[in-house]
Write a protein that binds this ligand. Structure first.
Ligand code: ING
Ligand code: ZN
Length: 299
């Protein structure tokens, strides 16, 4: 496979095709890039981390995408960013000072289910007595069980039986803990709303010690992002701006000592919502990459 940049970003790909494209990009990248199967989903699909950058002395940013099945713009944007960083010399130089780790399809079973059966599915595909699915972004350990999560299997924010009960969150946990000393930044990429959110998400008004630097790096990133297409982002505290939700991945990342952890809510602001037309993948990808590059330069 030998695709030029932009060729693969006109549609939302199924799981198999998505990883075929990502694999081709890793091959094209050469010795500076690699991939790793970090776990298996409930339905036994591979959960894959793609690593761009090979200097182990550099800091790492970890990005999860597609934790929520229906938020298709999230994996598509991460795939676009992987492509551009590998293919465009202007962005390739980011790898001189960073290692970028992408887990773009963190909920592969849910993602496939949104393609075959229910476009609005959010959770994973854990079978249950009454209903399927655990909300993976309520299944992380920090403040597990708190506000904004549910103990009812049929809820869209069902937290699961215990923290890290799901193989998909275990895969992220294990990778992140193994690389903890290198990970300086953590992004959990969602849609929609156009927000750049910092922890803590579990309660109103509770901030990490380094809230000032979290905010200022996010503002730097958001300014660069907005300058590309003029799409506005709101920067701030996730519970205060959206709603409180315990058990999210960014709160957990901060709680284990990762310095810069965020949730990004990609476009749009509600016109199309989760069903963003694929014609917007490239414009969202371009602005998000500009935001990422500015953020990485700032921290
Ligand atoms: N939004 C996030 C969610 O999991 C969030 C927002 C993240 C709130 C972390 C609080 C903490 O509900 C989407 N779109 O999933
Ligand atoms: Zn989400």
């Amino acid at each position: 496979m030998n695709r030029a940049a932009f060729d693969d970003h006109s549609k939302y790909h199924r799981y198999a095709e998505f990883h075929a494209i990502a694999n081709a990009l890793i091959s094209k990248c050469g010795s500076q890039c690699s991939k790793e199967v970090i776990g298996k989903s409930i339905e036994n699909r591979d959960i894959i981390a793609y690593k761009l950058g090979s200097n182990s002395a550099n800091p790492m940013i970890f990005m999860d995408g597609g934790i929520h099945a229906r938020e298709w713009i999230s994996p598509a944007t991460l795939l676009y960013i992987m492509d551009q960083v590998i293919s465009d010399p202007q962005y390739r130089s980011l790898l001189d000072s960073w290692n970028l780790v992408f887990v773009p399809l963190a909920n592969p079973d849910g993602y496939e289910y949104t393609h075959t059966s229910n476009r609005m599915w959010r959770k994973n595909r854990r079978p249950g007595r009454a209903c399927y699915g655990v909300d993976l972004n309520r299944n992380f350990e920090f403040k597990f069980g708190g506000t904004g999560s549910s103990g009812s299997q049929c809820s869209d924010v069902y937290r699961g039986v215990s923290a890290f009960s799901e193989p998909e969150t275990q895969a992220i946990r294990n990778f992140v803990l193994r690389n903890k000393s290198a990970i300086k930044a953590f992004w959990s990429v969602h849609s929609y709303g156009q927000y750049w959110l910092h922890p803590f998400g579990y309660a109103f008004g509770v901030n990490p010690n380094n809230v000032a630097e979290l905010l200022s790096a996010a503002q730097t990133g958001a300014r660069a992002l907005q300058s590309v297409n003029g799409r506005r982002y709101t920067v701030g505290h996730s519970a205060d701006l959206l709603y409180p939700a315990a058990g999210g991945s960014d709160d957990w990342a901060i709680s284990i000592g990762i310095r810069y952890a965020y949730t990004l809510e990609l476009p749009d602001t509600g016109r199309y919502g989760f069903v963003l037309p694929p014609a917007q993948i490239v414009s969202v990808g371009r602005e998000t990459l500009a935001g990422l590059a500015a953020f990485l330069r700032a921290v």
